[in-house]
Design a protein around this ligand. Structure first.
Ligand SMILES: [Zn+2]
Length: 409
């Protein structure tokens, strides 16, 4: 009996850590995913609706003021960019509320695009439009990157894991109850921790890019966190800082990222008016296709666009586990995910370069596509690197040599 429950627990954890993980293509990081984004968004809608309903009863929601217009304009420009990275979010129920509470320095975006900002953040920090865009960009990024679903998954994993562990260590029912209660309290203290530092780094990185593309100065990300930190020092812990721990050297990384964001910022400033995502008819929203999804700035992505990815590895076993995913991404034309997945896998063969060529062509990087096609052709004529010669791998139904022949000429 003891052995069987041990085996069951082991199987459970194997599921959690292998089956329950998914790589987030927006961040490249593997996340625990036991609950879907859709179900988390559903839960957010009900908590957001009841929270705003209560605030409205207490006359704590601002409506139709100049500040509402200002916040709507800023968040709407951010949403216009967010949907380019996460096309599914084009169907989210995007909303933003302005909460009349001068004492609270806070802002949030729940999974599914439900946002709020407190007047305390705006007025106590004397926040500029650029700073508001950077804080809201950071918040939207938590939602885009699925941090809510990740936190909820960890919560589920810890409570289920706690129950399994309690059964294992307890001999009788009374002891089980006591052990379970003690373990749960420990787990609760853990899961009630705010966003992790790792997810903070991600939200910083994504947020500054959304803001820059929306036409807001990336330098304001630095001044925003400086103001936030000094307000926390003089007035005690702010609500915002307690749930958004400062990663080490946050300002330094943001300054560096800000420099890389300058071309996007310049383009963003001269962009035309966005669609009204907050109030426009949902049925008439611009359609965003998964195949056109863009990636956040990274050295890897810059290198892909420039045609400079070099596939050099020889780990065939790793490729065996990934091949199906790549075939699927290719078939569904998920170009960004295909490009990032193939360059991550770093396996030297013609099919890899063929996929990179298709992804580059699909996203409009013609020169890069040409270079990857030439490499695919070259590798297809070498037995060591041709998919047609691989024993454990196949060409996933692609005639690489036939497809790329002459592409380089
Ligand atoms: Zn955060």
């Amino acid at each position: 009996m003891r052995f069987r429950s041990l085996a069951a627990t082991a199987a459970f954890f194997a599921f959690i850590f292998l089956g329950g993980c998914a790589t987030n293509t927006m961040t490249g990081r593997s996340q625990l995913s036991l609950v879907s984004e859709a179900s988390v968004s559903q839960q957010s809608i009900s908590s957001y609706t009841s929270m705003m309903g209560n605030l409205d009863k207490k006359k704590k929601l601002l409506e139709s003021t100049a500040l509402n217009t200002r916040i709507n304009t800023i968040t709407n420009r951010l949403i216009e960019q967010a949907v380019l990275y996460h096309p599914k979010s084009a169907q989210w129920d995007w909303k933003v509320s302005v909460i009349d509470d001068e004492k609270t320095i806070n802002a949030f975006c729940m999974p599914g695009g439900l946002m709020a900002i407190y007047t305390g953040l705006i007025n106590q920090l004397h926040a500029t439009d650029d700073e508001i865009a950077n804080v809201m960009g950071h918040e939207i990024s938590h939602a885009l990157a699925g941090h809510g679903a990740e936190k909820m998954s960890m919560q589920m994993a810890s409570s289920t894991g706690v129950a399994a562990l309690a059964i294992l260590v307890s001999k009788d029912n009374a002891q089980y109850q006591a052990t379970n209660a003690a373990l749960s309290a420990g787990a609760l203290a853990f899961i009630n921790l705010p966003n992790g530092r790792e997810t903070e780094v991600e939200a910083d990185k994504l947020g500054i890019e959304l803001a820059a593309r929306a036409g807001y100065n990336p330098a304001a990300a630095v001044t925003l966190w400086e103001k936030m930190a000094s307000a926390t020092k003089t007035k005690g812990q702010s609500d915002f800082m307690s749930t958004h721990p400062a990663p080490e050297k946050r300002q330094d990384s943001l300054r560096r990222l800000g420099a890389a964001m300058q071309p996007l910022y310049a383009a963003g400033k001269s962009a035309g008016a966005p669609y009204d995502w907050l109030h426009g008819d949902k049925a008439r929203r611009p359609v965003r296709a998964e195949k056109d999804a863009i990636a956040f700035y990274s050295e890897q992505w810059e290198s892909f666009k420039a045609g400079a990815i070099a596939l050099t590895g020889t780990n065939q076993l790793l490729m065996v586990t990934k091949q199906g995913d790549f075939a699927k991404a290719y078939k569904e034309q998920h170009w960004r995910d295909l490009a990032l997945g193939v360059s991550d896998s770093n396996y030297q063969w013609d099919l890899g370069y063929f996929y990179l060529a298709k992804a580059a062509a699909g996203l409009g990087y013609a020169n890069a596509a040409k270079r990857y096609a030439a490499l695919a052709e070259e590798l297809s004529s070498n037995d060591d690197t041709a998919c047609a010669q691989k024993r454990m791998l196949s060409c996933s139904g692609v005639d690489v040599a036939g497809e790329v022949r002459g592409a380089s000429r």
